[in-house]
Every structure is written in C-alpha cells, then in structure tokens.
Design a protein around this ligand. Structure first.
Ligand code: HEC
Length: 324
C-alpha cells in the first residue's frame, strides 16, 4: 500500500500551489494605481475628502471635519466675476487632506505632473496631512495640457490664487454651499447601498442609468461605494435624471408621496427635531394625517417641512444632486 493516495494527494496540492505561484509572479499584472485620474475622480475625491466612512477626524460620523464644496460666482479675493461659476473645495483647519494630495503619485501620469507643477499641491502634502493643515486649504480643478492632451489637475488655490477657507465660504454663501462629503457618509451610514448601486453595468443599464464609470474615475475614492445588491435604481447619474430638490424632499420624507408603491423606507428622521423656521417637527401628527390621506379620508397629504440648514437631510440631498 505505502500510502499511495497520500503521496498522490500531496503531489497534487504541491503542484497546484506551485502553478498558482508561477501565474501570480509571471503573468503580466496591472497596477490599479497607474490608472490616470479623470476629472470625475478629482471632483469625487476633492468633494468627499480623505475618508467618507469611519475616520478619526469624525469617529461618530456626525459630519464634522469634512471638506465643503462651494460654487463661486466671483473671486473671493479680488471680487472679479466668474462666468461660468467656479467650483471650489474648502478644507478648513483640521480637515484631513484628500487621498491623492497625500499621495500624488497615485494621480497617474500627467495629472500628477500638472498638480505638482501648476497646481502647487506639493506645499500641502509636505505638512501634517492626516489631521489637515492648520490654516486650511482651498482646492479647485485646473485644466492644463500634457503631451498634447487636455488634462484636469488639482490646484491648490490657496497657493495659486490666495483663497483662504473662511473668505471662500463667505463669498459663496449658504445657497451655493454643498455638504457633499457628509452626504456621501449618510449613504454609507443609512444603508442606502443595501438597495442602490453606484455602478451601472455594461448591459441594458446604459440606456436607463447612464454610462458605466471609467477605471480612472475611482482614483482616490475612499471607500468606493458601489452598493451591494440592486433592489432599486442605480444612482451614479441620478442628478442628471432628476435634479429637483423639491422632489427629493418629498421622496426622502416619505417615498409614497411621489411613488405610490415604493418599497424605499422613510428617511424623515434625517430632518432632526426642528425645521428651517426653528419649529419643532411633530412627526406623530404628520404621520396620522398622512395615514388619513393614504386611506382616502383627506384630499391632500400633509406638507413636508423645510429642512434646517444644518440637518442631515440637507447634506444627503446635496450629495445625491451632485451625482451627475
Ligand atoms: C429598501 C430599499 C431601499 C433603500 C434602503 C433605499 N432606497 Fe432609494 N429607492 C428604492 C426604490 C425601490 C426606488 C424606486 C421607487 C421610488 O422612487 O421610490 C428608490 C428611489 C430612489 C431615488 C430616485 C431614483 C431615480 O431614479 O430617480 C433616490 C434618489 C433614492 N432612492 C435615494 C436613496 C438614498 C439616498 C437612500 C439612503 C438614505 C435610499 N434611497 C435608500 C429603494 C430603496
């Protein structure tokens, strides 16, 4: 007998281990980080910041220490009018720097060169970037040329244009301020990914949910929020299909107000305790009136309260509408 099966078995295990080692070492590999960042990737990471999930700067996910996206109609320093308006990403004191400002070599060829050269991001990454800059930084996205091609790059507008966080926020005003980073965290925290994906696939999805992303769209995204299972529409381009803040307001308060048979849960609690006017929101009364409406005893549904500027729902809608 002499343990024939045993020998055969160990030869097979050894052989397959060896083969898989050879495949791993010798087959041509592709370093994901060498993908060149697209403009979408720069917009995503500058608006979301270092980490939109758990992070030491915001351990309880309250939306603190987050970058803030603003749209500027005029230069915050000189007052010169912009046409079209310019989007800027404000990192106040203590806000951790975005991933590729910390690691510019992950931006990819061309984008790294321009971001470090014209964009002057080197000055930022040299400092203590995990807790952010003491004075804060404002970024924009520049457009330059590399090897005869147009390339978008990260610009440190604090160095190139003298923009500082507080003056930039003041120049934008609340109307042009978007809490996209906090909103993306809400997508993670509220479990939206249990039903929604952020990844149209290369099938008939194209026609309904828009084009699938490019590889370079993911540079510097942390975490990538693909979603897990599709029980609901893909949201990657939802802001292009539906840009109505008013519709979002109704739909998040109670999806059945706009889609009668929707299985999406209510997210009314994201309004918090008080509405935009500072009045306490009476959820019990609202729901009682809604049930009367749903059972046909009332002609109109009760009105959805306006949200307070610092409510969680404001951040969530800011993010949803940024998905273009
Ligand atoms: C239980 C599954 C479920 C969860 C959880 C869920 N949704 Fe939905 N959502 C749906 C379904 C189903 C629809 C389509 C019907 C409708 O409009 O209500 C939808 C529609 C939407 C739409 C409109 C999409 C379009 O194509 O116009 C948006 C925006 C949206 N959801 C955002 C969210 C966000 C943000 C969260 C997390 C806070 C969330 N949803 C959580 C199921 C869900």
């Amino acid at each position: 007998m002499a343990f024939k099966e045993y020998r055969l078995g160990s030869a097979m295990v050894g052989g397959s281990l060896g083969l898989s080692m050879i495949i791993t070492i010798f087959l041509p590999s592709f370093d994901l980080r060498s993908a060149v960042s697209t403009k979408v990737a720069l917009e995503k990471q500058l608006s979301a910041g270092f980490d939109v999930g758990f992070g030491y700067a915001d351990p309880l996910l309250l939306g603190i220490n987050r970058p803030i996206t603003v749209v500027l109609e005029a230069d915050p320093k000189t007052g010169a009018k912009f046409d079209p308006p310019v989007t800027a990403y404000v990192y106040q004191s203590g806000v951790p720097m975005p991933p590729n400002v910390r690691h510019p070599n992950d931006l990819g060829k061309g984008v790294q060169d321009l971001s470090e050269g014209l964009g002057q991001i080197g000055g930022v990454s040299g400092s203590n970037h995990s807790v952010g800059q003491k004075e804060g930084v404002v970024f924009t996205i520049g457009l330059g040329e590399f090897d005869g091609e147009e390339v978008s790059y990260i610009e440190n507008a604090t160095a190139t244009r003298g923009w500082v966080p507080e003056a930039t926020l003041a120049a934008a005003g609340d109307k042009n301020t978007f809490k996209i980073s906090q909103g993306k965290t809400e997508f993670v925290v509220q479990g939206c990914w249990w039903c929604h994906t952020l990844l149209p696939e290369q099938t008939q999805d194209w026609q309904v949910f828009g084009a699938p992303p490019y590889l370079g769209d993911f540079n510097g995204e942390n975490p990538t929020a693909f979603g897990s299972d599709r029980k609901a529409p893909d949201l990657l381009h939802v802001g292009t299909r539906n840009s109505s803040r008013e519709w979002m307001l109704l739909h998040f308060f109670n999806p059945r107000l706009v889609q009668v048979n929707s299985i999406m849960p209510r997210f009314d609690y994201l309004w918090g305790e008080k509405d935009a006017q500072g009045n306490v929101i009476d959820y019990d009364k609202w729901r009682a009136e809604y049930l009367e409406y749903a059972s046909g005893k009332r002609v109109y549904p009760p009105e959805v309260p306006d949200y307070a500027p610092d409510s969680e729902i404001r951040a969530l809608i800011d993010w949803v509408l940024s998905l273009k």
